[in-house]
Design a protein. Structure first.
Length: 620
């Protein structure tokens, strides 16, 4: 294990601290700030007055008070949010992200890692490596951080025992090999007492490596973006008047110059850099990290989210790619469920099409899985509803990192790092057809649509849909009825009844329904389809007027009393697991297009109600 290379000019180093709860992250940062004279006189007075006497260090100050600023953090003794601190020495400037150690705040830790160059992984000398240490190690590895400090803290509580340190260092080296990490510096220290923080500790003469501060001052970080082809994600099309059209953004890689030949990511249009404007005025060149506005030599259609890149080295474009995904929500990730993917200024609908494996943090092995649970990391294939411009995360964090957002709640539920675009996305293209949906519908003298019947098992969905189809057939309409039970005998025979399987069940049926609408048919879909998100996904596959949600609203008690198939009885007896309405949830429509109150009406009357609605919509 070695420290970094030669000393750089005084520049900026971003690093984060991570580890388990109460491993001493905030105390460590507080002591660094104190040693670097970054504490004001008022702050120092407050620190002395509020510090508790700590038994193992006599009258040592409670340096964590300099960092844990939120009242909730002070009361609980843990860090909740990511706290960014700024300090400097004569040799370098620093930005440190103090990230939470508690498992439920892993998403905050990933946020801090996304912009860091070095990770300090704290380990309590008394406890050794924890699952949280390994989890954080995997995340920082995925985030592209290759310089790690294994900070074995609280050495004063193990009498500065060298064997304790050596054992932890050995165990971590074995684990790190599986991560592919090699730039690791192990440092024994006491964040409270100050051992090996900024000065060598006389209590550990057996350690001859760098102090933490000297390591941070001298580590050489290879710039990951300066030597690469430039990328300018367009954040704003700047039109102050009719005579000026510029494209504003922050260069995420490389160096651009006036006269460079460029290509626009989404359209592939070619042009050249006519001018570069910076906050300091016009410039001939601009480099990664600079905010610029550029003008082009040609009239090119560019909008927010486009990427300007060299003509001979453009960014990749695809609607499918493989990526590592860190799941950050209490509800598990279900492949097939639609989410919103945000990559830079680009925003598209996306879904996980295949979960290839889940990472086992304990030994970095790969295990099969159908879902990702809270704080788990998986390797996935994703499909988008339209292509995006991207680079691999390895080459460009800004262009290769994305977040996943729940479309209903707008919560961030996951973060991802693109590994590569899928080749099949380049090889599969839409084939133009001379006969389209309108021609097929005109021949049948009807408007194609999907009538999506949803409701509990036993609500009467299939019965009503069957009566309606007979009525439509008598009117000469061209129809097809997709029933949940029937489809599970063929198309979906391989699916069970877990949440993940239910999502895939509806996704497949929605795709088939879309094809039938394209064929000009009136399609009746009779599925429990318990989740709103999947019904919303099905709606979005066709034109809005072509999807009609029919809620067959029958109380659970009535459905259970009918129990035509005896399923509720088996579910109550525990013989059927994941049964909707019993031990699996049903999310009723919030505003169905047609609401059928089925408890006191016959199937014929309900079918007549739907038929009348179709007449009003000019479907029949």
């Amino acid at each position: 294990m070695t420290a970094g290379g030669a000393l750089q000019e005084k520049g900026l180093l971003r690093f984060l601290t991570c580890g388990s709860v109460d491993d001493g992250k905030s105390t460590l940062i507080g002591h660094l700030l104190y040693d670097c004279n970054e504490v004001s006189e008022d702050g120092l007075d407050l620190l002395k007055s509020q510090s508790k006497t700590v038994g193992r260090a006599g009258d040592a100050l409670d340096y964590s008070l300099l960092v844990d600023g939120l009242m909730a953090e002070r009361e609980q003794g843990i860090t909740i949010d990511v706290a960014y601190r700024y300090f400097s020495t004569p040799r370098r400037k620093f930005i440190v992200a103090d990230t939470p150690g508690h498992e439920q705040y892993t998403r905050n830790m990933a946020t801090g890692a996304s912009n860091s160059d070095v990770a300090i992984l704290l380990v309590d000398a008394r406890k050794g490596l924890s699952i949280q240490t390994k989890r954080h190690s995997k995340i920082v590895s995925l985030m592209g951080i290759h310089h790690l400090v294994l900070a074995v803290n609280k050495m004063d509580l193990v009498d500065y025992n060298q064997q304790v340190f050596d054992d932890i260092e050995r165990d971590y080296a074995q684990f790190a090999q599986k991560l592919g990490a090699s730039n690791i510096q192990a440092i024994p220290l006491s964040a409270l007492a100050g051992d090996n923080i900024s000065a060598p500790s006389p209590a550990m003469p057996w350690y001859d490596g760098p102090t933490l501060l000297s390591y941070l001052e001298t580590i050489t970080i290879r710039d990951k973006v300066q030597g690469k082809a430039f990328r300018l994600p367009v954040q704003l099309v700047n039109r102050p008047d009719l005579n000026f059209r510029g494209f504003s953004g922050c260069l995420s890689a490389g160096t651009m110059s006036v006269g460079d030949k460029v290509r626009v990511g989404s359209s592939g249009a070619l042009s050249s850099i006519a001018s570069i404007l910076t906050p300091d005025g016009e410039a001939r060149h601009a480099s990664a990290g600079e905010a610029v506005t550029v003008t082009l030599g040609d009239e090119v259609d560019i909008s927010r989210g486009d990427v300007i890149a060299p003509a001979d080295d453009p960014a990749s474009i695809s609607d499918q790619f493989a990526a590592h995904v860190i799941w950050m929500h209490q509800k598990p990730l279900l492949p097939g469920r639609q989410l919103q993917l945000r990559l830079g200024c680009q925003s598209v609908n996306a879904s996980i099409t295949q979960l290839k494996y889940v990472v086992n943090y304990e030994d970095n092995s790969q295990t099969a899985g159908k879902t990702l649970k809270f704080n788990e990391t998986g390797y996935c294939n994703l499909a988008l509803d339209r292509p995006v411009v991207f680079d691999t995360f390895k080459n460009n964090r800004d262009m290769g990192g994305f977040i996943l957002v729940d479309k209903l709640t707008n919560e961030t539920v996951g973060a991802g790092m693109i590994a590569f675009g899928l080749r099949r996305a380049d090889n599969v293209h839409w084939q133009a057809m001379d006969v389209d949906k309108q021609a097929r519908a005109t021949l049948k003298a009807q408007k194609p649509c999907i009538l999506w019947f949803t409701g509990l098992s036993g609500s009467g969905k299939s019965t009503v849909a069957n009566v309606l189809e007979k009525k439509l057939l008598a009117q000469g309409r061209h129809t097809y009825l997709l029933d949940g039970d029937n489809v599970r005998h063929g198309l979906n025979h391989d699916l069970g009844f877990t949440d993940a399987d239910r999502v895939e069940n509806i996704r497949r049926v929605a795709e088939v329904s879309k094809l039938m609408v394209d064929a000009g048919l009136i399609v009746m879909v009779s599925f429990i389809s318990p989740f709103r998100s999947e019904r919303r996904m099905a709606r979005q596959m066709v034109e809005n007027s072509e999807f009609i949600e029919v809620f067959v609203d029958t109380p659970l008690a009535i459905c259970e009393a009918r129990d035509v198939k005896g399923l509720y009885k088996k579910a109550r007896a525990g013989q059927i697991k994941n049964f909707t309405g019993i031990d699996s949830p049903y999310e009723p429509p919030e505003q169905a297009d047609i609401h059928l109150y089925a408890s006191d009406k016959s199937p014929e009357a309900l079918a007549e109600q739907v038929f009348a609605d179709l007449e009003e919509r000019n479907i029949v």
